[in-house]
Design a protein around this ligand. Structure first.
Ligand code: FEO
Length: 385
């Protein structure tokens, strides 16, 4: 794949992976992207996951032909991008490794060496000339690890964006960008909105024609679309007006209430209603939807003097990602003790700028006239602007 006449793709697709980062389902696999810039000096940007080092070195060799790489630029030390460093440095003993000081510390931790005789340590805004290509390194701490930097090439106007603008899914599978990019962003980088905002600000000062991330497709057209979504996600703004109903149900009574609420909301003309059983659907997809929509309904039962485990896990995943700026409503069910709403609210008490709906639904075992009326009132409240 050609990014330009002199920038080539040398990454790999992974269809063997079961869980990315040990937790995210990736049915369409993963891509570990790596790039080669050919110039008077040749530079490789990042390596790949440990299972694909040979394939990656093969890609590199094929594109290099008789040339040699002068630099290996490491933007991010997470092993999905750094596992090939040792193999590269052994294969190309004249190459110099370029990275940030914290990245070299991590190299020592991962590999027992920080290449002290063969390295260039760079700081924010340092530049490197390859000939026609001039690279500027921009530090991007916590997007997604502390050592991260991104690289701007002002010859081809390319931003090598590290994990930013990445997505789940291998490159040989066609799928919509936003859905898997959102699940990837919220899941992996969602906690670090402020740091992503800082990177977007830095990036806004340069002319970007192409974004080359470490995962997912190279972005070339309509870049404002992607930049705008990153702006929304990183500032925790509402992307889609609508209601997401997240429920758990043991014998079906809470599920019935959740489904009835969804029907009532649709009947009232609510712009978009999404619903998910937290025990059965992909947790990362549910977390993504909570951040996507403006209103969230949490429906669960009292369980072991707390709340049902999948709901507890869900709320914890929201709060640790700085869930904020939303309206939240509660449906609780308890045959012995109606305490689930109180427990859920307490879990959200440190979250910024949440509005709790005035109407709550209290179910004692099964819906009755009283709790049905509460459902009606909640539906009306959630449909108001
Ligand atoms: Fe794709 Fe944070 O590594």
């Amino acid at each position: 794949m050609e990014i330009s006449n002199t920038i080539k793709y040398i990454g790999v697709n992974d269809h063997d992976i079961d869980l990315f980062e040990g937790q995210y389902k990736v049915e369409n696999g993963m891509a570990y992207n790596s790039y080669l810039i050919l110039d008077e000096k040749n530079a490789v940007l990042d390596t790949v996951d440990e299972h694909f080092i040979e394939e990656w070195l093969g890609n590199l060799k094929m594109v290099l032909d008789t040339r040699q790489p002068d630099y290996l630029i490491i933007q991010h030390m997470e092993p999905d991008h750094s596992a090939g460093i040792i193999a590269f440095m052994e294969a190309y003993p004249n190459a110099t490794i370029i990275s940030s000081a914290p990245a070299f510390n991590m190299m020592k931790q991962f590999f027992g060496t920080d290449f002290s005789q063969r390295r260039i340590i760079i700081k924010d805004n340092d530049t490197l000339s390859l000939g026609e290509h001039s690279l500027t390194f921009l530090s991007a701490p916590m997007v997604h690890w502390p050592e991260v930097m991104v690289t701007y090439d002002n010859y081809d106007k390319v931003l090598f964006s590290a994990d930013a603008f990445g997505k789940f899914g291998a490159l040989d599978v066609e799928e919509e960008w936003a859905c898997e990019a959102r699940r990837y962003y919220i899941g992996i980088v969602g906690k670090y909105g402020m740091q992503v905002q800082a990177l977007l600000k830095k990036a806004s000062s340069v002319d970007i024609q192409v974004i080359c991330p470490l995962h997912g497709p190279v972005l070339t057209d309509n870049l404002d679309y992607y930049l705008n979504l990153y702006q929304i996600w990183s500032s925790y703004e509402v992307e889609t007006e609508g209601v997401f109903i997240a429920y758990t149900s043991i014998y079906g009574h809470t599920k019935k209430a959740a489904q009835l609420l969804a029907e009532k909301l649709s009947a009232l003309g609510c712009p978009k209603v999404a619903i998910a059983d937290l025990a059965r659907e992909d947790m990362a997809e549910c977390v993504e939807d909570a951040f996507r929509y403006g209103k969230l309904v949490l429906a669960t039962t009292t369980y072991n003097a707390g709340i049902f485990p999948f709901m507890r896990e869900f709320i914890q995943q929201l709060t640790e990602r700085n869930y904020q700026n939303r309206t939240v409503a509660f449906i609780e069910n308890g045959s012995w003790a109606l305490t689930a709403a109180k427990t859920m609210k307490a879990m959200l008490e440190n979250s910024k700028n949440l509005t709790f709906a005035e109407n709550e639904v209290h179910i004692k075992s099964a819906l009755n006239e009283e709790s049905m009326a509460q459902l009606d009132a909640l539906a009306v409240e959630l449909c108001k602007k």
